[in-house]
Write a protein that binds this ligand. Structure first.
Ligand SMILES: [Ca+2]
Length: 411
């Protein structure tokens, strides 16, 4: 029965192991516009969910959330490999001039309706496709080679993107540049790179709004996270841990404070209170007491924390609708009910200590599903829901409609 249920949305995907009329987890199946390893790339914002496959290929689709979410994407971008390569971290922008509900999801020339210049490529639910300018070195050394027919990029991700409060930042480890866009996206400013940020600067980025906006740019090979003031671009300081660190990041505002979650992608996740850091613009400091760690926790159903790749993906959202943010941590290598690499997603309260508040997984997992290889949140009703990629299945993204929210579907 469980095998028959696999990958059919009518079956239960709950933690409760029972067939129900309204399953608390539904699957979004791979649309034809998205390439291989669907579910390896996710992004979210407002009521939209961005879904892609293996980075540097083609196709990122936008689904409109809801209970249940629309089964077909509302639109897609970067669908032509000859004109575009997808990014590992699609970024949501609520508005651009004359457009709303936009997302940036690729590099290249973009949709055929656009001109042939190279830039960051995206589309909007209302207003259609757009392209943003990029620094010349990035254009020459990353985008142009990527568009050569049959080119095989030697790195994942192509470009790192992050947005918050309508502010978009980007970075590339290939050119070791990070840059910030003006609110309309018409121009950008390249940030000063500190002399100590030698290699891998720009591999990942995170943007946080709120009272103390911050643009974080990681150099994971050196265990560095450089914190920029997004208004001036100036370096506020640098936080350092044993490398690799900064492989994955997410940032958010909770209880009026700005937080940055940083992982090594393989078990270590630190949550930094940005206001509590004793920063020095000229040097990297240990976060000290400004950091706390969250960790994988084994349960009767969930084992294999040592190889779980805890922190391979990070996101945040208000899953219970109480106004506070929860930290969401993917662990695609976790074993679920002795099924290896089925994957799981951990939910942590900001104020709830170090133990996970909840663990999300599929009741009928498959070996090497890799649930949680990517995670994102999107708004449904009065709370956020978690979407988790299942790239091992190559054809589905799981949307956990309940999160921690009570309601008819979730009882
Ligand atoms: Ca909450």
């Amino acid at each position: 029965m469980l095998a028959l249920c696999f990958l059919t949305a009518s079956c239960s995907w709950s933690r409760y192991d029972a067939l129900t009329k309204d399953p608390p987890v539904v699957l979004l199946e791979r649309p034809s516009s998205v390439g291989a390893r669907f579910g390896a790339t996710l992004g979210g914002g407002d009521d939209v969910l961005l879904t892609g496959g293996q980075p540097a290929q083609a196709g990122v689709a936008l689904f409109v959330a809801g209970d249940p979410p629309a089964p077909l994407p509302a639109t897609a971008t970067c669908t032509d490999l000859a004109r575009c390569r997808s990014t590992a971290t699609p970024a949501y922008l609520p508005s651009l001039p004359g457009k709303t509900r936009c997302f940036v999801a690729g590099i290249g020339r973009g949709e055929a309706s656009l001109d042939d210049s190279a830039g960051l490529v995206g589309t909007c639910l209302e207003g259609g496709a757009f392209k943003l300018p990029v620094p010349e070195p990035f254009k020459a050394r990353v985008i142009e080679p990527a568009l050569v027919p049959f080119s095989v990029l030697g790195f994942e991700g192509v470009v790192a993107l992050a947005s918050a409060d309508g502010r978009l930042g980007a970075a590339s480890p290939e050119t070791r540049e990070a840059w910030l866009y003006d609110p309309g996206g018409a121009s950008f400013a390249v940030l000063p790179r500190p002399a100590y940020a030698v290699s891998s600067y720009g591999t990942t980025v995170a943007m946080v709004g709120g009272a103390r906006p911050t643009f974080a740019v990681a150099a994971p090979a050196d265990g560095q996270v450089i914190l920029h003031d997004p208004a001036s671009g100036a370096v506020r300081g640098c936080v350092k841990r044993a490398a690799p660190w900064g492989v994955v990041m997410t940032a958010f505002v909770d209880a009026g404070r700005s937080w940055l979650a940083v992982s090594d992608g393989a078990g270590r996740v630190d949550v930094l209170d940005l206001a509590a850091l004793a920063l020095d613009p000229g040097a990297c400091v240990d976060p000290g007491a400004a950091a706390r760690s969250v960790a994988c926790a084994e349960t009767e159903d969930l084992t294999g924390c040592s190889g779980a790749a805890f922190g391979y993906s990070l996101a945040h959202g208000d899953l219970d609708g109480d106004g506070d943010q929860e930290l969401i941590v993917g662990a695609p290598g976790a074993n679920v009910r002795d099924v290896p690499n089925a994957g799981a997603v951990f939910v942590f309260d900001q104020e709830g200590g170090d133990a996970p508040r909840d663990v999300l997984f599929l009741g009928a997992p498959g070996a090497d599903d890799q649930l949680g290889a990517a995670v994102a949140t999107t708004r449904t009703g009065a709370h956020d829901v978690v979407a988790a990629g299942l790239p091992g299945t190559r054809k589905a993204v799981a949307v956990f409609l309940c999160g921690m929210s009570p309601g008819a579907r979730c009882q």
